[in-house]
Design a protein around this ligand. Structure first.
Ligand code: MN
Length: 233
C-alpha cells in the first residue's frame, strides 16, 4: 500500500439528485465569453464566424457546494458572480463529433463561476494568465448534479438575484457555442472523462458582491444554486 508523507487531498464531489452515490469531480473547465451580451459588457464582442471558443480551468479544490457560506476572498475589491449552466460529463470522450456529443452527457447543474474581476481584467489586459482572477478558493459553486443522460439542453431561463434583487436574466438558447459545439471543440484538446464539469459561460448582468450578500440563481428545468458571502478570510 502506498504511503504518503501527508494525507492526500480529498476527492471533491457533489450530490446527485435521486441517488446515494456522489459525483466525483475530475476537472473543472469553463467557457469564456459564451453569451453575446456578456461579451459586449466585458468590452470584447465575439464574432463566431471568425473565432473559436476559449477556455480556462479551475482547480477541483475550488469547488463548494450550493448553500455554503464562503469568506470574501483575499486580494480583490471587485468579487463578481457569474451564473452558469454546468454540464457534467459521464463518459470518456475525445474528438467527439457534435452529432454524438449527447453520448457523453451525464447531467447538468446550476453553478457560479465566482471571479476576482479586478484581477481578471488586469491579467487579460496585460496578456497574463487568468488564474488569480478565476482559480479562487471556494470560487466554483455548484448545485447537486441532475441526471439527464444523453440530454442536450438548448433552452431555459438562466437567472440570478442578489438579496432578492434581479441581476442576471437570460436564456440558455443565447449560448454562442451550444452544448454540442462545446463538447465537440473542447474534446479536440482534452480526453474528456467522467467527473469533468464544464461551466458553459455566463449571460450579461455580472456584478460585485460584498460580505453579507445572499446569491440565488437557477437554470430552468435543472436546479437552483445559492451562496452567502461571509467575512473576509
Ligand atoms: Mn464564467
Amino acid at each position: 500500500m502506498t504511503q504518503y508523507l501527508f494525507a492526500p487531498p480529498a476527492v471533491q464531489s457533489l450530490p446527485i439528485r435521486g441517488k446515494t452515490e456522489r459525483f466525483a469531480i475530475n476537472r473543472i473547465f469553463c467557457v469564456g465569453r459564451n453569451y453575446h451580451a456578456h461579451a459586449v459588457e466585458m468590452g470584447r464582442p465575439v464574432d463566431k464566424s471568425a473565432e473559436r471558443p476559449f477556455y480556462f480551468t479551475k482547480s477541483p479544490q475550488t469547488l463548494v457546494q450550493s448553500g455554503a457560506t464562503v469568506p470574501y476572498p483575499p486580494e480583490t475589491k471587485n468579487y463578481h458572480f457569474e451564473m452558469e449552466l454546468v454540464l457534467a460529463v459521464g463518459k470518456p470522450g475525445f474528438r467527439v463529433s457534435a452529432e454524438n456529443a449527447h453520448e457523453i452527457v451525464y447531467g447538468y447543474a446550476a453553478g457560479l463561476d465566482m471571479t476576482r474581476r479586478d484581477l481578471q481584467l488586469v491579467a487579460r489586459d496585460k496578456g497574463r494568465p487568468w488564474d488569480l482572477g478565476k482559480d479562487i478558493e471556494d470560487g466554483s459553486v455548484c448545485s447537486e448534479i441532475v441526471p439527464m443522460d444523453g440530454v442536450v439542453i438548448d433552452k431555459g431561463v438562466i437567472a440570478l438575484e442578489v438579496n432578492g434583487e434581479p441581476k442576471q436574466s437570460s436564456n440558455v438558447d443565447k449560448l454562442i457555442w451550444n452544448i454540442r459545439e462545446i463538447i465537440a471543440d473542447l474534446s479536440l484538446f482534452y480526453h474528456l472523462q467522467p467527473g469533468d464539469l464544464i461551466y458553459t459561460g455566463t449571460p450579461e448582468g455580472v456584478g460585485p458582491v460584498v460580505t453579507g450578500d445572499q446569491i440565488t440563481g437557477r437554470v430552468e428545468g435543472v436546479a437552483e444554486v445559492a451562496l452567502t458571502i461571509g467575512q473576509a478570510a
